[in-house]
Design a protein around this ligand. Structure first.
Ligand code: BEZ
Ligand code: FE
Length: 261
């Protein structure tokens, strides 16, 4: 199918999907024009792609990037920084976190989705917010890479991330307020997994203690299979409460970001 045919089909399908909503909800022309004014504000603020992310990106991710039986992929989000340092000791804080910040150690294996064979030398590229839900935008605090050993095992130790608010002063926040909903993302850890220099998986792991786990504003982002099973771990003198979680990643090494069958 050429691009114009595809565009025509997508346009028609979208129009056909929305028409019954307009009819069933008795949406007036005034309401349509109010929506148009809203989209104008959204466009001026440059937030159109973000609204599509909020509403539809996970549907696209699941349809186009999900490998049968592999770990569910997830959005990159706006805070990825390339070239994070390799953390040979697996510790992602390169300065001491606040004394009461909860600390989590996540460990497990990277396995080939087809064969179950552990993948040695895979690189996990990790980034996340801190205990107050803030990302380091200047340096590499709570960012870094760890490698799997020859048994495919990895481990990293970091501050437990918190929920964070976004879109406070923009048209997406305006929409959330009009809907009477909050503007928080559930606490998560972002990861990309590289094998031989090729990105094989991009996902997020969610923290079960999040207060907004079931109401994350990115529709469909949170799922049980990406939610860590977190347990308490032994105290470490001078540090906050300690936690641990195990998680195995299943990645497709056949083709980059292959569509689901
Ligand atoms: C994030 O995961 O950081 C994110 C994803 C989509 C929108 C905003 C933030
Ligand atoms: Fe994020």
């Amino acid at each position: 199918m050429d691009q114009q045919e595809r565009l025509k089909m997508i346009y028609q399908r979208c129009v056909e999907a929305i028409r019954p909503v307009i009819a069933d909800m008795n949406i007036t022309e005034d309401e349509l024009h109010a929506a148009g004014q809203y989209f104008n504000r959204l466009g001026v603020s440059g937030m159109c792609p973000s609204l599509l992310d909020v509403a539809f990106a996970m549907t696209s991710v699941d349809a186009t990037r999900r490998d049968k039986g592999g770990t569910r992929p997830n959005l990159e989000g706006p805070y990825y920084v390339a070239n994070a340092p390799l953390r040979a000791d697996g510790v992602l804080y390169d300065r001491s976190p606040p004394g009461d910040a909860p600390i989590i150690t996540v460990s497990g294996r990277v396995l080939d989705v087809d064969t179950g064979i552990p993948i040695g030398g895979a690189e996990l590229d990790i980034w996340h917010a801190d205990q107050d839900g803030i990302y380091d935008r200047k340096g590499f605090y709570l960012r870094g890479k760890v490698q799997t050993d020859d048994q495919g095992r990895y481990s990293f130790r970091t501050v437990m991330p918190n929920d964070y608010a976004e879109h406070d002063g923009d048209p997406i926040g305006e929409l959330f307020r009009a809907l009477g909903r909050h503007n928080h993302r559930a606490a998560h850890i972002h990861l990309k997994i590289w094998v031989n220099g090729v990105e094989r998986l991009m996902t997020q792991l969610f923290i079960p203690f999040s207060e907004v786990l079931h109401t994350d504003y990115v529709i469909g982002a949170v799922s049980d299979d990406l939610t860590l099973k977190v347990e308490r771990a032994n105290d470490v003198p001078g540090q906050g409460p300690q936690y641990k979680a195990a998680f195995d990643f299943r990645v497709n090494t056949r083709a980059r970001l292959q569509a689901a069958e």
